[in-house]
Design a protein. Structure first.
Length: 262
């Protein structure tokens, strides 16, 4: 079976600043993978690059022939404008646009699908509400309903359980496990190690580069994922190692100053 997504030495930069360096990984069809790592480690950057929102500065991403445009991407909630005069139903409905195109209007069948998605995420009663009035959890449920309607082969979720209560998290995890059971490929950026350990068979640990990728329990055994080790500590030791490399490099070139890449 060929991978759905192959990352081959992918590097991404924001201007001069490297965000990701030489990341290689394979995501098989139907896999469920958590991406972990401290803040600033490149998790969202990786997701955006897989989604095609960012272009790699080096390396390449190979998408399986059958994938086409069938990708749903749920960005971090705080990056979304919430002051648009749209209702919950209207935002969820945008999940159908790639299929419908601009020309075709919504028929009864589409309306029924939108209702079913809102029902399944537990916000059917909020269909007519303006999105500006939603709580964090309600907003996230709406975005999940939109992803459901996209009916995508590849689903990319960036911190989908941030600012939602335990009940909502349980409900959204169920949806995520349903997608997995349907054979969709799900890649999810998460910082909650308990959720990763309990629900995600595969994981990837980032700190500007890939520190490890594989079965979640193996990464816990190797202490790359660890409850007694703060993820930030891994990152700090990585940064120190990088700085040492740089100093060593600068030393060899006979000039002592080095810019930290952030």
């Amino acid at each position: 079976m060929e991978p759905l997504i192959t990352l081959d030495n992918v590097s991404v930069r924001y201007g001069p600043r490297p965000a990701l360096q030489n990341v290689s990984a394979r995501f098989m069809p139907g896999s469920l993978t958590a991406i972990a790592g401290p803040n600033g480690s490149g998790k969202s950057t990786l997701l955006k690059t897989i989604a095609g929102v960012l272009k790699p500065a080096g390396g390449k991403i190979v998408r399986a022939a059958g994938l086409g445009g069938a990708t749903a991407w749920l960005p971090q909630t705080q990056s979304l404008a919430r002051d648009f005069p749209l209702t919950v139903e209207e935002v969820a409905a945008t999940g159908l646009y790639p299929r419908l195109g601009e020309a075709r209007g919504m028929g009864p069948e589409e309306r029924a699908r939108i209702r079913a998605a809102l029902d399944e995420t537990g916000i059917a009663g909020l269909a007519a509400r303006p999105i500006a009035t939603l709580s964090g959890g309600q907003f996230q449920r709406m975005l999940f309903a939109r992803v459901m309607l996209q009916d995508a082969t590849l689903i990319l979720l960036d911190e989908p359980f941030t600012a939602v209560d335990a009940g909502t998290t349980r409900r959204l995890i169920r949806l995520l496990l349903d997608w997995h059971a349907q054979g969709r490929t799900v890649i999810c950026v998460l910082h909650d190690l308990l959720l990763i350990k309990k629900y995600f068979p595969d994981s990837m640990v980032l700190a500007g580069k890939c520190l490890g990728v594989g079965h979640t329990h193996t990464l816990f055994e190797q202490k790359l994922l660890s409850f007694d080790l703060d993820m930030a500590e891994i990152f700090a030791s990585e940064k120190e190692a990088r700085a040492r490399d740089k100093d060593h490099h600068a030393h060899h070139h006979g000039h002592g100053h080095s810019h930290d890449g952030g």
